[in-house]
Design a protein around this ligand. Structure first.
Ligand SMILES: NC(=O)C1=CN([C@@H]2O[C@H](COP(=O)(O)OP(=O)(O)OC[C@H]3O[C@@H](n4cnc5c(N)ncnc54)[C@H](OP(=O)(O)O)[C@@H]3O)[C@@H](O)[C@H]2O)C=CC1
Ligand SMILES: CC(=O)N[C@@H](CCC(=O)OP(=O)(O)O)C(=O)O
Length: 345
């Protein structure tokens, strides 16, 4: 059985990784690390794990983790993985990194949005882990840049339609809403209960760092520069992400053509559900799951398509997609560890 490790297991994404990997039939969670909680069981930090995941966190050391794990997830703040991942790769380990450090092929774009990159060559070689689109490259990848949560919810509905030339490239506007867990577990005033409850706000309007990530992928897909307008919002709830995308159609409005493009592209892909005509996605129905639900309506008067997509930001937007990537890399069933039935309410 493949031994896997999680670096940064005490964060929200790391804890969801531990949760999913613990129940995974094809791998063994052999090591979890933390700086602040070395020597402490994960169940002390997340009491829901008590009696289930009592594994003790260890201080991170390259030697120790390389001895104990064959594949390693890094669930750390941006900038930290670019120093750690090359050392794991040198030791022959395969890595799924949840930060933005290995998401960009065009490293200049990363540097413009984040900071100078200290592992440029490795970043150029890493594979962007959007599983439903890049599965072939993911299977043989050494390093995966696991997509951002907003980009996952934006790219999955758009890529099939943009590849098929059904949407005007310059007309795309994406309006996303995220639960507060998207900001991570570290203390920040913006995440305090009194700052987020009973309220709803846009932030980083048209200047969020996920925007260049989406633009890079869509430009590659279209073979021409694409720059979408992206506006994120913070929702007063813990998990969940809903994106509404508006785009002009290139031809006459044809809902059947849209549906057949989406269902054709995602045929046989277990985690993308194209909603039936009588349903639109919502965050409740994907909570705790690796699903991305996609629905749409055609605005005939304006010849515009409106796409709605919903994910759990911590699962399909982070830990779930990371495990899906691992499944592809290891040649396991893509759904292994991720096939729990969603809560009905
Ligand atoms: N939250 C989400 O919805 C999503 C998160 N991601 C990405 O996943 C990664 C983790 O995010 P998230 O879990 O939300 O973040 P958290 O802030 O909740 O967790 C970060 C983890 O990293 C550890 N850590 C923090 N600083 C350092 C450091 N300087 N060196 C080493 N370890 C450090 C922390 O534990 P300790 O201090 O004990 O070491 C903690 O375990 C990020 O890159 C994030 O962008 C991606 C998509 C969605
Ligand atoms: C609500 C909230 O603050 N969300 C985070 C984005 C999500 C995230 O975790 O960042 P990465 O996907 O890039 O790793 C933000 O806006 O920065």
């Amino acid at each position: 059985m493949t031994r896997v490790g999680v670096v940064g297991a005490t964060g929200y994404a790391g804890a969801d990784l531990a949760r999913i990997l613990h129940g995974h039939p094809g791998v063994e969670l052999s090591v979890i690390t933390s700086r602040q909680y070395a020597g402490v069981p994960l169940s002390r930090i997340y009491p829901s794990f008590e009696g289930v995941i009592d594994r003790v966190c260890e201080a991170f050391s390259v030697d120790s983790i390389c001895e104990k794990a064959d594949l390693i997830f890094t669930a750390l703040p941006h900038k930290v993985p670019m120093d750690i991942v090359p050392r794991l790769v040198e030791r022959g380990k395969r890595v799924v990194d949840l930060s933005a450090d290995f998401r960009f092929r065009e490293v200049d774009r990363y540097e413009a949005a984040y900071q100078p990159h200290t592992a440029r060559t490795l970043s150029e070689k890493a594979v962007y882990g959007l599983c439903e689109v890049y599965a072939d490259a993911i299977r043989s990848a050494g390093v995966i840049g696991n997509p951002g949560c907003y980009p996952t919810s934006v790219l999955l509905p758009l890529i099939p339609l943009m590849r098929a030339g059904l949407l005007k490239r310059s007309s795309v506007i994406c309006d996303s809403k995220s639960g507060v867990s998207g900001a991570g577990r570290s203390l920040s005033i913006g995440s305090l209960y009194c700052e987020v409850s009973e309220s709803f706000r846009a932030y980083k309007v048209a200047e969020h760092r996920h925007n260049p990530e989406m633009n890079e992928v869509l430009s590659r897909e279209c073979g021409q520069p694409v720059a979408i307008t992206f506006v994120p919002h913070l929702l007063p709830m813990s998990r969940g992400m809903l994106t509404t995308t508006y785009a002009e159609l290139t031809g006459p409005a044809d809902a059947d053509a849209i549906r057949s493009c989406l269902t054709g592209f995602y045929a046989g892909r277990p985690f993308v559900r194209i909603c039936s005509e009588n349903r639109l996605p919502d965050t409740r129905n994907v909570r705790g799951t690796n699903f991305c639900d996609i629905g749409f309506r055609v605005d005939k008067k304006n010849n515009r398509l409106i796409l709605i997509s919903a994910i759990d930001n911590l699962v399909k937007g982070a830990a779930g997609q990371a495990v899906q990537n691992m499944n592809l890399m290891l040649g396991l069933d893509e759904t292994a560890g991720l096939d729990s039935v969603p809560f009905p309410l």
